[in-house]
Design a binder for this molecule. Structure first.
Ligand SMILES: O=C(O)C(=O)C[C@]1(C(=O)O)C=C[C@@H](O)C=C1
Length: 365
């Protein structure tokens, strides 16, 4: 059915062009304001990136959104806008596990937007070291996966690093089998990061039984090598596939269709102070308790007493050979809140080892 009174395609496009011109003028007005903010911060000697402010901007807009734009589209659009505005104030150098095409890179772009200076690294250790040495302003590291649990190396590095967490972001992780030839026949080796091999364990057992599974430094590194040798298949993102010119031989091969990975954003607290409270924050700590009866129970008492919710509790061996553990704990709230501050003080007293890894706005979608 056609409506004789409905505007034509040409008319609608003219209106879109006019609206885009208005949007462009508004975006430039916003960019000029951000430049002024940048100059003010330079005079004050304060840092440019304010994750709590960016979280609040997105939160406010989501609340005001009258549609038809979907609420889920607000965060990605404004992250890009703020990324472009931030870049006018100062460049943001971000270290992550490379090479191009990794999920870590996707997480970095999702959190900071695309107006960043990319600093791809060969390992999680290198991400920490590069950021601590000041060659990057921020690092992005995988912390936990919904299928595989905690990322052991990152958790171990958190123990002694001078860096703090200032943000988090999570990604839906869809793995694909990538190869130079568009078939499963003749694959002799599957290359991927050990986490990805584990997340696709069942699929590999069913579809490529007996094929060697070899760990790679990253999925994208596996894809790069698969582009050089048709007997190698890689498990990586579709983005990595296009980056290295590979076919998606089998899409979405992760055993859990809801597979997600959570990333932490780290920085040097001497150069970038902790984010102020945003109103919707998380505080991450790592603690150990004396190896005696009731010690873990005692750890939880201050949280109950002060009404602080725990959103994550994970243990890692302390490597003392004594069955001692470090506990990685996420609390709901920010140390600026009196009940959270009181719970932290009580916890510090109950623990043999106590380190606040950071307090930061929870991921906003
Ligand atoms: O409000 C600020 O502090 C700004 O610098 C502006 C702005 C923005 O574009 O809205 C940009 C960078 C900061 O991370 C936060 C917000």
């Amino acid at each position: 059915m056609t409506n004789a009174n409905a505007p034509s395609l040409a008319t609608l496009r003219e209106r879109i062009d006019a609206t885009d011109a208005e949007l462009l003028a508004l975006l430039n007005r916003r960019a000029a304001l951000a430049q002024e903010v940048g100059e003010l911060k330079k005079r004050e000697g304060s840092v440019v990136f304010r994750p709590e402010r960016e979280a609040q901007v997105i939160d406010n807009l989501k609340r005001r959104n009258a549609g038809p734009l979907k609420a889920d589209n607000i965060a990605p659009i404004w992250r890009e806008i703020m990324s472009a505005c931030r870049a006018l104030e100062t460049p943001t150098r971000v270290a992550y596990l490379g090479p191009a095409g990794t999920f870590s890179e996707e997480a970095a772009l999702g959190f900071f937007g695309s107006s960043i200076v990319r600093v791809p690294c060969a390992s999680f250790d290198e991400v920490f070291n590069t950021t601590a040495a000041g060659a990057a302003d921020f690092g992005v590291v995988a912390v936990e996966n919904s299928t595989e649990g905690g990322v052991a190396r990152t958790l171990d590095l958190f123990l002694h690093t001078p860096l703090s967490i200032i943000g988090e972001t999570s990604l839906f992780v869809r793995h694909n089998l990538l190869r130079k030839d568009n078939s499963l026949a003749g694959i002799r080796t599957v290359l991927a990061h050990p986490q990805a091999l584990a997340q696709c364990h069942e699929w590999l057992g069913t579809h490529l039984p007996g094929v060697e599974r070899r760990p790679a430094a990253s999925n994208a590194e596996g894809a790069r090598l698969a582009a050089e040798d048709p007997s190698i298949a890689a498990i990586a993102s579709a983005r990595a596939g296009s980056e290295y010119g590979l076919h998606v031989v089998a899409p979405a091969i992760q055993d859990d269709p809801h597979n997600r990975t959570r990333f932490a954003i780290v920085t040097d607290p001497r150069r970038h102070p902790a984010p102020a409270a945003s109103g919707h924050d998380c505080t991450s700590l790592v603690v150990s308790v004396p190896n005696q009866p009731g010690a873990v129970h005692d750890l939880l008492v201050p949280l109950k007493t002060h009404g602080v919710s725990m959103t994550r509790f994970e243990s890692r061996p302390a490597r003392s050979g004594q069955w001692e553990y470090y506990f990685y704990i996420d609390l709901d709230g920010h140390p600026d809140q009196p009940n959270v501050a009181a719970a932290l003080t009580a916890l510090r007293e109950a623990c043999a080892f106590f380190k606040v890894l950071g307090a930061y706005p929870v991921d906003v979608h």
